[in-house]
Write a protein that binds this ligand. Structure first.
Ligand code: HEC
Length: 149
């Protein structure tokens, strides 16, 4: 009896998670910032100009007017040596992911007390350049988890 009840419960949970999965993929295009969605873009960094590594490198050390800090002030040299162990490493991260994250912070779809202000003033070209730069750095300690179960 108990066993049957447990099985039923398992089936109900599985059905629920399927329903949630269906719901989130159909109704919530969470992978895109609101500005991106409004522009009708379907891929995370679509609509961005091509990134220029050299420009991104320069920009990574420029102090933002609002905060007086630059990217490398917090994320470390080449985005690979954060000043706090809880700050993410950026070196070797997928450039697409970096660009997407910056768009989300800028547009208010991802919020963080320290990071959001850093992205507010960035235009699309700057986001593309920063993503190209940090994405092109040596991976450091980032690992690709594809294929790991
Ligand atoms: C004051 C410190 C600080 C500065 C300056 C800063 N960041 Fe960040 N950054 C953080 C922190 C803390 C997080 C983690 C925030 C979170 O959990 O959402 C973060 C997150 C990120 C992420 C998301 C990474 C991930 O793995 O999801 C990206 C991309 C990023 N920063 C890029 C930049 C760029 C580019 C600049 C310069 C324009 C910059 N940051 C400046 C502290 C900073």
């Amino acid at each position: 009896m108990t066993q049957i009840r447990l099985i039923k419960r398992g089936v109900a949970l599985a059905a629920l998670s399927l329903a949630l999965a269906a719901c989130s993929s159909a109704d919530v295009p969470a992978g895109h910032s609101s500005a991106d969605r409004n522009a009708g873009h379907t891929s995370s960094s679509s609509g961005l100009p091509a990134g220029r590594i050299a420009e991104g490198e320069k920009l990574a050390s420029v102090k933002g007017a609002a905060t007086g800090q630059s990217c490398v002030d917090c994320h470390g040299a080449e985005g690979n040596a954060p000043i706090d162990p809880t700050y993410p490493k950026l070196a070797g991260q997928y450039h697409d992911y970096i660009a997407h994250s910056l768009q989300m912070y800028r547009d208010g779809d991802r919020e963080h007390a320290l990071m959001s202000n850093q992205a507010k003033a960035l235009n699309d070209q700057q986001i593309a350049d920063l993503a190209a730069y940090f994405g092109s750095r040596d991976k450091g300690q980032l690992r690709d988890l594809h294929g790991i179960h």
